[in-house]
Design a protein around this ligand. Structure first.
Ligand code: GLC
Length: 748
């Protein structure tokens, strides 16, 4: 007969060894030591105050300490001088590179190549872990439809599917095959959640999101990151429907833990627990600490809320010690999984691995692959043998710091290779290079340099004009209400155009810019989302034809900011745009009638400047019809959609082939199309590739209410289900979100 303790022992012995170690350690911890593990501080070197707190077991993690000697000494104090010897975990924002900087995540998404994202994260992990960083606060997978928001630069764009694929690739890259490998760093899926919905594109602003949209649009990339094994999550600054994420138990417990079964660790954002006071959600820091702990925030980043008040909150019963134990388990589990108990110190004898040839080579190819060719009249690009001289102009042509973009704490501009430097060093034997910036920086309004820039243009065969944004104009708290080219860049372009020389406009920015007028002036437009250390060589390789552009837009480009939000997966409305009469075409004296009106702006129409998924190549691809293995999809079954794509042009090239689906009729209105797959294929000139996608009913499922039999209940809070409804569906296999002829099938 087994005794209860024997059962318990049996259960325990079956427990994961890490869980057993956590149990053992937790049982020996005082409440104060538990709370110490939930406290994250920013590095201040070997200050007595820091070492004293570590020695007293009051610190669980340190961010922003980068000196490996300091890291090892602080770790020694934790491991050898604190009562229980629990190691610290050192963290840093390594978003798109530590030293070797890759394109900003929006640019990586423009490559539509998950391998680019995985490679970038792997290199970032190897470089940052070499100084002792074992936790990064990336990937940022907040989808957004608002280019005014500065942090769109850090995102993977507007689409949940693309962000899911790219975010999961980054998780794999950061964490490697084994999280305990010293070259691996814990990833952090952030910012949970819906930070990208920030009202008016102003950072930290409020969001109002129905649960259906939260689940349908904002949460999928986080689920993908959790499924990819992201070791940590970070909450977001924003409130959702009045509840700040730092105090949102629905998000952090119901969804993340109960529904998804997530067992990683959740950290607050910087001071976000304390910020529930200015939010007007908490009276004081003690209340904020209680609400955050009860809502499932495991670690307080620089808020001093937990270390100051959690012990009292537990003693008075406001916060259950059960919750504290759960959070401390999550923290300890992260440290065990990272191997820090067995291997707490960074090997400082390692050779300098920064900027290796292999890393720089991958960064260069990433910069090329993330460039999006938007226009190429008269095939001005690639610059060919007939071109004997080029004028390299513009404030971004030779700006080492700006090209690496936002969120680059440790990227070193002195290692950047700018477009001017690259053209000179790599293509200077083919063309004479005449350099004149014209403007000193992107916001420069002075016109005095324009004359010299035009003189350079007149002396050259082709003008390469590098325009865009300084890095500081995007990123956190860097939001713009006007997203046009800053400064006198448009004036400079007009003057260059007036020289009569072909002008290639290369935009280097942290967001889509409203460049419709400028694109009309230029003969070719190449769009680069701040492409990193090797932006210069990557762009030069595209411009001179060593690389054929294959980038596609990860976000819709508006004609004007007044169209925002404008995105491809929009609803059709009851009066979809038709019979568009633009503002200048309205006859004077036209009377207002209520007939024939449809959904569009008088001064912009209803289409974007360039659609999501759009990008040209130097070659041409001809898409055949979409063929289906069946026109009926049985429940639990699958069907194959395929398309033959022929490279009919003059260059071997890669093409990001996209799969879109439309649910014709639903118990809730459905988007006109949604990205459900993509495949970047390389097709030699003259050859044909058959691209296939397998569709199942899971691909057609969406969030809706089980009880919804008609629209009357659309606002009733009922059980939400994620299922596919019977009916007809269209399926496209296309080069972008605005092209292609669909095939139709039905789901039983
Ligand atoms: C910042 C950001 C977050 C970052 C953290 C630590 O405010 O919102 O993304 O990881 O603080 O730097």
């Amino acid at each position: 007969m087994f005794s209860a303790s024997a059962f318990a022992m049996a259960a325990c012995s079956e427990k994961d060894p890490v869980e057993q170690k956590i149990d053992s350690l937790l049982s020996r911890m005082t409440l104060e030591e538990k709370i110490g593990q939930m406290n994250q501080l920013t590095g201040i070197g070997l200050a007595d105050d820091m070492t004293a707190q570590i020695r007293a077991g009051k610190v669980g993690s340190i961010l922003n300490e980068l000196d490996p000697g300091v890291i090892n000494e602080l770790q020694r104090v934790a491991v050898e001088e604190s009562r229980l010897g629990i190691p610290l975990v050192f963290a840093r924002d390594v978003i798109h590179g530590f030293k070797t900087i890759f394109p900003i995540p929006l640019g990586q998404a423009a490559s539509w190549n998950p391998q680019v994202a995985e490679d970038g994260a792997r290199i970032a992990a190897i470089e940052s872990s070499s100084v002792g960083i074992r936790w990064t606060f990336a990937p940022m997978i907040d989808v957004t439809r608002d280019p005014r928001w500065g942090r769109i630069a850090e995102s993977c764009g507007e689409d949940p599917y693309l962000a899911s694929v790219m975010g999961a690739a980054m998780v794999r890259g950061f964490q490697g095959n084994e999280l305990s490998d010293p070259s691996s760093v814990a990833a952090c899926a952030k910012h949970f959640a819906a930070y990208g919905a920030t009202e008016s594109g102003k950072d930290y602003n409020t969001t109002w999101i129905p649960e259906l949209q939260l689940r349908e649009y904002y949460l999928p990339p986080f689920k993908a990151a959790a499924d990819a094994g992201a070791a940590t999550f970070m909450c977001s600054f924003n409130d959702i429907n009045g509840v700040p994420s730092s105090g949102n138990a629905f998000l952090n417990r119901t969804v993340l833990r109960d529904e998804w079964g997530y067992d990683g660790m959740m950290v607050s954002d910087w001071g976000s627990i304390e910020q529930m006071i200015p939010h007007g959600f908490c009276h004081d820091l003690k209340e904020a600490a209680g609400k955050a702990a009860n809502a499932g925030i495991d670690m307080d980043m620089m808020g001093y809320a937990y270390i100051s008040h959690l012990a009292d909150l537990v003693k008075e019963g406001t916060v259950s010690e059960k919750y504290i134990d759960e959070s401390v388990r999550n923290v300890l589990r992260l440290k065990f999984r990272l191997g820090l108990f067995d291997n707490p110190y960074v090997d400082v004898t390692g050779e300098d691995i920064f900027y290796s040839d292999e890393s720089l080579g991958k960064a260069r190819r990433a910069a090329a692959e993330s460039a999006v060719l938007l226009k190429n009249d008269r095939k001005v690009l690639p610059v060919g043998a007939s071109v004997r001289s080029v004028a390299v102009v513009g404030p971004l042509a030779d700006s080492p710091a700006d090209q690496i973009g936002t969120w680059c704490f440790d990227g070193e501009p002195e290692h950047s290779v700018t477009p001017l430097a690259a053209i000179r060093s790599m293509y200077g034997d083919k063309v004479r290079v005449i350099a004149e910036p014209g403007l000193s920086y992107s916001r420069d309004k002075s016109a005095e340099g324009i004359r010299k820039a035009c003189e350079a243009a007149r002396n050259a065969d082709v003008v390469l004009y590098f325009a865009g944004e300084e890095a500081v104009l995007s990123g956190e708290a860097r939001c713009r209400a006007d997203i046009s080219l800053p400064g006198a860049q448009t004036e400079l372009l007009k003057a260059l155009k007036n020289t009569g020389k072909p002008v290639v406009l290369v935009v280097m920015a942290g967001r889509p810019l409203t460049i419709g007028y400028e694109a009309g002036l230029a003969d070719a437009v190449l769009y680069s989302f701040h492409a990193g250390t090797m932006a210069g060589p990557g762009l030069a390789d595209v411009i001179f034809g060593k690389e054929v552009p294959s980038g596609k837009l990860p976000v819709t480009m508006p004609r004007m900011v007044g169209q925002v939000p404008i995105y491809y997966a929009h609803k059709n409305t009851g009066r979809p745009a038709a019979d568009i009469t633009l503002i200048d075409d309205i006859e004077v004296g036209t009377k207002q009638t209520s007939l024939g009106f449809t959904s569009y702006h008088l001064d912009a129409g209803d289409s974007p400047l360039y659609p999501f998924g759009y990008g040209k190549s130097y070659t041409e691809f001809s898409y055949g019809p979409v063929t289906l293995s069946s026109d009926r999809l049985a429940r639990g079954g699958s069907l194959t959609a395929s398309c033959e794509i022929t490279n009919t042009g003059d260059f071997d090239a890669a093409e990001a082939v996209q799969l879109y689906v439309r649910d014709h009729v639903g118990s809730l209105v459905r988007p006109v199309k949604e990205l459900k797959g993509f495949n970047k294929v390389f097709i030699r000139k003259g050859e044909t590739a058959k691209v296939e996608f397998v569709l199942s009913e899971d691909d057609l499922a969406y969030w809706h209410s089980a009880e919804l039999s008609d629209g009357d209940l659309a606002f009733a809070h009922s059980t939400l289900v994620h299922t596919a409804e019977p009916g007809e569906f269209s399926v496209w296999i296309a080069p972008d979100s605005a092209s292609g002829v669909p095939a139709v099938f039905s789901l039983e």
